[in-house]
Write a protein that binds this ligand. Sequence first.
Ligand SMILES: C[S@@+](CC[C@H](N)C(=O)[O-])C[C@H]1O[C@@H](n2cnc3c(N)ncnc32)[C@H](O)[C@@H]1O
Length: 235
Amino acid sequence: MSKQEKIVTMFDDIAGTYDVANRVLSFGVDKSWRKDACDKTYELYNQKSIDIILDVACGTGDMCEFWDKHAEKNSVKVKKIVGVDPSTGMLNEAKKKDLNAEFQIAEAKKLPFETDSVDILSISYGLRNVIDRKEGLEEFYRVLKPGGLLVILEFTKLKKASIASRVRDFYMKKILPLVGGLLSKNYEAYSYLPNSIEGFLTKEMLIDELKEIGFDIKVDKGYSLDISTLIISQK
Ligand SMILES: C[S@@+](CC[C@H](N)C(=O)[O-])C[C@H]1O[C@@H](n2cnc3c(N)ncnc32)[C@H](O)[C@@H]1O
């Protein structure tokens, strides 16, 4: 089994307990990060009618729900919200929620969308799991309309050790595997999370990769002492 297949299988295994574990482990703070990302994006895109919002690595559908909920508050009409993910387990959980979105099985590097067709493409806490990241980012660039926005929420590696990074590391390495492991009965999956952050990029490195592909960086912001990062870039 390839590394990518192993990651997807791991998400299949924890799909049933993913939402509960997520809310417990994040104390619900991720909601404010997601809300802010949606509001900033709608404001920046500044279109009252949007054809397609695509959420890649949609998991159990959280971001699709946020895009829908915050459209009305921003006086935006969104014609279609689509979530894609290679994990059938995660997609099945998303489908149970009866959200105002469609769900399809697909990987980041091969999206079932035409060139220049998507207004907004988001990926929340998913990019770390995309093994062929460069191909994925190039695919995002391909499907976005000129002027379309790429919205990345992610746990990036911190450049310098700070008090915040030590607290985050302690929480991620010690508490999260324990609590996540107990809730999901899959300790390996919740030990993977801190390791995948260690093996990921700093915010600065990710911005460089995006610029290389041709994206123009519009927003680059840290939440809760840089525990989470938001990058909005434009094609
Ligand atoms: C940590 S979950 C995040 C789910 C959701 N976006 C959220 O914010 O809760 C990571 C998701 O990435 C998906 N994933 C893994 N490899 C992927 C790939 N190559 N392309 C797209 N999604 C992938 C997993 O199946 C999983 O649902």
